[in-house]
Ligand binder design. Structure first.
Ligand code: SF4
Ligand code: SF4
Ligand code: SF4
Length: 258
């Protein structure tokens, strides 16, 4: 019997699932090895047990918390897939804004007044905190990035079903950036998360003329204070740096700006 693999989505853009679906060669490779038993983007089947459950998206509501706990209970391995699932991503910025102000920003003043006065809307207030998956249930592995890299997905899936673990070297994006001989954007006074961000993307954003926004998450033992000091040395304000911390990593400690 082939291992049963399932995909679930919570608050997300579904881009990670699409990134995998768009790689038909990888899917064909996977389909030869496993049974995909749940994948809302592609099939309507369901299953009571999963050998590997891939989770996309952040946890925003009480019903999401119940659902992820149930999935965890039915799964041997649970993998957080993408920056939303691993770190809360940009939606976790709402953790720093009062719920009523969120509604006003997104739906306008009239909608805010309505949800404040009509008690049928009050259960919506329970989504006042956005969480990553590991903040709710134990996570066995994380697939990094926004979106995830299909090659890393394939390597992890093959490893899990053969009882081994893939090796991801904990190098900063800066290491790859230097190898690619990019001019460092700090010299231009631009904020960059590369020194504290988990590499593995071949510094793709800097190669293309952008900065690293940190979508692959923080390195273990990342020295946040040294990163702040480095940004200050280059004349980059603390506000700008905090803004960058809150792009992908709002759900992490770093997003609190402590
Ligand atoms: S990590 Fe990025 S691509 Fe993946 S679901 Fe979240 S927003 Fe979309
Ligand atoms: S541009 Fe960013 S990733 Fe590249 S070396 Fe400079 S700080 Fe590091
Ligand atoms: S360079 Fe930074 S933002 Fe771009 S993919 Fe790599 S980790 Fe993500």
């Amino acid at each position: 019997m082939k291992p049963r693999v399932a995909f679930f989505d919570f608050a997300s853009c579904e881009g990670c699932q699409l990134a995998i679906l768009n790689c038909e060669d990888i899917l064909l490779d996977i389909l030869g090895l496993v049974d995909i038993v749940e994948f809302r983007e592609a099939i309507s089947d369901t299953s009571p047990r999963y050998d590997v459950a891939f989770i996309e998206g952040s946890i925003n509501r009480e019903i999401d918390m119940e659902r992820i706990r149930e999935i965890r209970a039915r799964s041997t391995y649970l993998v957080a897939m993408g920056a939303c699932a691993c770190m809360g991503n940009v939606q976790a910025r709402s953790n720093f804004i009062a719920p009523a102000e969120n509604y006003k920003a997104v739906y306008g003043e009239e909608a805010r007044n309505r949800v404040q006065t009509d008690e049928t809307y009050w259960p919506l207030w329970s989504h006042t905190r956005v969480r990553s998956i590991k903040q709710v249930v134990p996570v066995d592995f994380e697939l990094r990035g926004c979106p995830v890299q299909p090659a890393e997905f394939l390597a992890l899936t093959k490893a899990l079903i053969t009882g081994s673990l893939p090796y991801y070297p904990a190098n900063a994006v800066c290491v790859e950036c230097k190898k690619n001989e990019n001019e460092c954007v700090l010299a231009q006074g631009r904020t960059c998360m590369g020194p504290i961000t988990f590499g593995g993307c071949n510094s793709v954003c800097v190669n293309g003329g952008h900065v690293c926004d940190g979508c692959r998450g923080l390195l273990p033992h990342a020295n946040i204070q040294a990163h702040r000091d480095l940004m200050r040395e280059h004349g980059i304000s603390d506000d700008l740096v905090l803004n960058r911390y809150r792009l992908f990593c709002s759900g992490e400690e770093i997003g609190k700006g402590a």
